[in-house]
Design a binder for this molecule. Structure first.
Ligand SMILES: Nc1ncnc2c1ncn2[C@@H]1O[C@H](COP(=O)(O)OP(=O)(O)OP(=O)(O)O)[C@@H](O)[C@H]1O
Ligand SMILES: [Mg+2]
Length: 373
């Protein structure tokens, strides 16, 4: 109503006419002049015209208000749509960043495997030479010690007798070194022989061996590794990815040990058809304050440039893809124990797949921390 009057008042000419006639009417009525009837008639006409204008104004205003309300609704709808779109873009961006990081990690592992295979191949030749040479030397020494006449002659020269004794020791040492090198090369080949696309039944213990050998340089003399390998069945998995998990968890364990310490790697079978690989370190432990975040992508406590914070996130994703579980127990200042639990087979009908709360409780045996799903 108010806005209608305002609308009408916007027409000053009409307002002036109205007030003039109103004054006229009042004047003629009060002074009882004889021509009050036409004046009243005129006043009535002007009032009706003004009421009509007022009505039109009101109508127009209601129309405008309706249009504005419609526009408001459209704007709210569009804003909601934009917010949804922005959320989707943000999510896609995060997903892309994660995928990119996973690709980089996968690339790194593939490059590492390729490099390992190359090194192993290159090392095989010289190791064969060393083995061949040592065998030849040992055959010669055996020949000398088997030939009594020659042995007598040589033993008469004390310097040569001593030299022969040393030579035997050296040959044995070289042979032991060459055998160990050959074993390392074999493990390296084992590690690098990964088909990243397909599932296959593998012996996790031998792959753990390979990974430990590969990380030998990081372990050095300061970290003692104890292998507590219980008998486990072959496990159906993508070994390239599982190796990546072993490397990530073991590297974290190594990095958690400041000075000297030990790492124990245990393998065992779970009742519900799962194989467990438990990696325990005597490192700094994980403070409660960060325990819930260590599986988050890009969460790291390492110095800038030293860690991407993706190791555990990627490991979690890999284990999840294998229908397995990864969790940890940690005591700050004493150490951490990570458990990687993988079903023996991916066959959906196999009991390896957890299908009840009871199974889950059996499996986890009350771990303190598990990643959020
Ligand atoms: N065994 C452990 N002992 C103590 N802290 C650990 C252990 N494992 C993980 N952490 C903590 O969890 C964080 C996240 O680990 P994650 O492997 O995801 O990333 P990162 O090791 O920091 O970096 P990246 O593995 O990408 O090089 C680490 O920064 C560390 O603080
Ligand atoms: Mg790490």
């Amino acid at each position: 109503m108010k806005s209608g009057i305002r609308h009408m008042m916007r027409r000053p000419v009409m307002a002036i006419i109205y007030f003039c006639t109103l004054t006229n009417v009042l004047y003629t009525v009060l002074t009882r002049e004889s021509h009050w009837v036409p004046v009243m008639g005129l006043w009535l006409i002007v009032t009706i015209a003004l009421l009509f204008l007022l009505y039109r104004g009101l109508q127009k205003n209601v129309g405008i208000q309706r249009t504005l309300a419609r526009r408001d609704r459209t704007i709210i709808l569009q804003r909601n749509e934009l917010e949804t779109l922005a959320k989707r873009v943000r999510r896609t961006f995060i997903e892309l960043r994660e995928m990119q990081s996973q690709l980089i990690q996968a690339e790194k592992m593939a490059a590492l495997a390729q490099l390992t295979a190359g090194i192993a191949h290159e090392l095989n030749n010289p190791i064969n030479f060393i083995m061949g040479g040592v065998q030849g030397l040992k055959t010669q020494l055996d020949f000398v010690s088997a030939n009594e006449e020659m042995k007598q002659k040589l033993e008469n020269i004390p310097a040569i007798a001593e030299m022969l004794g040393d030579m035997e020791l050296f040959a044995n040492a070289i042979e032991a070194g060459a055998v160990r090198s050959a074993k390392i090369v074999e493990e390296l080949v084992n590690f690098s022989f990964q088909d990243n696309q397909y599932l296959s039944y593998v012996n996790l213990r031998s792959y753990l061996d390979s990974v430990l050998i590969l990380l030998g340089g990081h372990l050095g003399d300061r970290i003692k590794v104890y292998k507590n390998f219980g008998t486990i069945p072959m496990v159906e998995c993508n070994i390239g990815e599982i190796n990546q998990v072993f490397v990530n968890v073991l590297m974290n364990a190594i990095q958690a040990i400041q000075d000297v310490g030990d790492i124990t790697v245990t393998t065992c079978v779970q009742k519900s058809g799962f194989v467990n690989v438990i990696i325990r370190d005597s490192g700094c432990g994980i403070p409660d304050a960060i325990a819930e975040r260590i599986f988050d992508p890009f969460f790291t406590t390492r110095e800038v440039g030293k860690g991407t914070g993706l190791g555990l996130y990627i490991s979690y994703k890999i284990i999840q893809n294998h229908h397995g579980h990864i969790f940890f127990n940690s005591e700050p200042g004493k150490g951490t124990e990570f458990t990687i639990s993988i079903p023996v087979t991916r066959d959906e009908r196999h009991p390896g797949i957890i299908d009840s709360d009871k199974d889950l409780r059996n499996l986890f045996q009350c771990p303190r921390w598990r990643p959020k799903c």
